[in-house]
Design a binder for this molecule. Structure first.
Ligand code: ZN
Length: 143
C-alpha cells in the first residue's frame, strides 16, 4: 500500500485525483505493474489507476487472466474498475479508503462479491485508510 500511495502522489502532479494502484503476482511479493489516475493527463475517461495497472500486469504476464494476483489500490474501486477486476480474474483486491459516493467494492455497490457473477475476488479494505483518505481530502481542499 505504501507503493500505491507513492503512485497516487504521481497522479496529483499531473492534476489528476491522487489514486494509485499496483498488481502483485501470484507469489504475493513481485510487483507486476503500477498505475495512477491519468484521466486529466491523457484525456482518457477510462484511465483509472486500477485499469492501467490491470492492463500493464496482463501485458507483463502475456495473458489476460490475472489468476492468483492481488490488486492493491488506495481508494475503493468504482463500478468500471470493479468490473475490470472481475473480468481480469484477480484473486484479491486490497484497498485503502472507502468511497461512500461511488464505491463498487462494498460501499454503494458490491460488484466484486455479487453472487450472480462467476468470479468473486476476496476483498480486504481499510489498509492505511486514513493516509489514503488524507491524500484525497488534501488534494480537493487545494483546488
Ligand atoms: Zn475506477
Amino acid at each position: 500500500m505504501r507503493l500505491a500511495l507513492d503512485e497516487a502522489g504521481r497522479a496529483a502532479t499531473g492534476g489528476d485525483v491522487p489514486v494509485g494502484a499496483l498488481v502483485l503476482a501470484a507469489d504475493g511479493t513481485t510487483v507486476l505493474s503500477t498505475g495512477h489516475n491519468e484521466r486529466e493527463a491523457t484525456g482518457d475517461p477510462t484511465a483509472h489507476a486500477e485499469v492501467l495497472a490491470i492492463r500493464r500486469a496482463a501485458a507483463a504476464l502475456g495473458e489476460w487472466r490475472l489468476t492468483g494476483c492481488t490488486l492493491v489500490v488506495t481508494l475503493e474501486p468504482c463500478t468500471m474498475c470493479a468490473g475490470a477486476l472481475v473480468q481480469s480474474r484477480v484473486d484479491r483486491v486490497v484497498y485503502g479508503a472507502r468511497d461512500e459516493k461511488a464505491g463498487a467494492t462494498g460501499s454503494l455497490w458490491d460488484v466484486v462479491r455479487d453472487r450472480r457473477l462467476n468470479h468473486r475476488p476476496e476483498v480486504i479494505e481499510g489498509v492505511l485508510a486514513d493516509e489514503c483518505a488524507r491524500l484525497l481530502t488534501g488534494f480537493f481542499r487545494a483546488r
